[in-house]
Design a protein around this ligand. Structure first.
Ligand code: C5P
Length: 243
């Protein structure tokens, strides 16, 4: 068996090679970071919960016709994913004003937006992931015009599917971040949803109490992050005891 090689280490995940060249192993760490690592802590079992929640969400998306990189969960911290050429852009989809949108534009947190708002940031820690426009993406050739169109189309579909998934269990999807990659094939490239979707990358509020069930509990020193992630998993019907 080929030994797996660490290819990339991010703030909350590691990526390893796999014996099959077109696949990778995505490993979920317990590290919690915010404000581009200015705040850091380790939350025991966060990686295990995010692995389960992300598996559930990517499976739901695939069952709803949204292709993605997830193949299967291997164990409590690892999943097998398709190897893609990652597009160096973070796509943020917002349904309700919060976080940096509220700060940047002075919009009251909690204000419902008339429709989903898509924002792009450049994946660059040294620059603190600056917000960019479609024009920047085109001019600097981070993605083509057609790819940007495809990314926006898929983002709207993901948003619709996730709003439904969460509202069914009494959770409001405020906003979230996703990433895409290119699957290089003989018949051309294909844009595919990648990375993870978990309470680390979404804002999730309880519908009744508006209690935060996501990483804002860490960013804002509210405490109870692991209990909130467990609550999300349990409501989604994930068996966290036997996994
Ligand atoms: O901080 P901000 O309001 O821009 O975040 C919008 C959404 O994107 C939040 O759900 C946040 O968790 C997510 N996000 C992320 N990774 C980043 C930036 C934002 O998952 N680097």
């Amino acid at each position: 068996m080929t030994k797996k090689e660490l290819l990339y280490e991010g703030k909350a995940k590691k990526l390893f090679s796999h014996k099959e060249k077109d696949k990778l192993i995505q490993y979920f760490k317990d590290d919690a970071t915010a404000f581009n690592k200015k705040k850091h802590d380790v939350m025991e079992n966060k990686g295990i919960l995010n692995n389960l929640i992300s598996e559930h969400i990517f499976t739901h998306l695939r069952n709803n016709g949204i292709e993605n990189h997830f193949i299967k969960r291997i164990n409590e911290r690892e999943q097998l994913v398709r190897k893609l050429e990652i597009i160096p852009i973070e796509v943020i989809i917002r349904n309700i004003a919060a976080g940096t949108l509220s700060k940047r534009l002075g919009i009251e947190e909690g204000k419902e937006l008339p429709g989903p708002l898509i924002e792009f940031t450049l994946k660059n820690d040294n620059l603190d992931d600056p917000i960019i426009s479609e024009e920047h993406i085109r001019v600097f050739e981070w993605a083509s015009v057609n790819e940007i169109k495809e990314i926006k189309n898929q983002s709207i579909k993901v948003n619709k599917a996730l709003i439904g998934l969460f509202i069914n269990v009494g959770i409001i999807l405020v906003d979230f971040k996703i990433e895409f990659g290119r699957l290089i094939t003989e018949n051309g490239n294909k844009i595919i949803l990648a990375d993870e979707i978990s309470p680390d990358s979404c804002r999730l509020w309880d519908k009744k109490s508006l209690k935060k069930l996501d990483k804002d509990r860490f960013r804002r020193n509210l405490g109870g992050l692991i209990d909130a992630y467990k609550e999300v998993a349990t409501r989604l019907g994930i068996d966290i005891k036997n996994n």
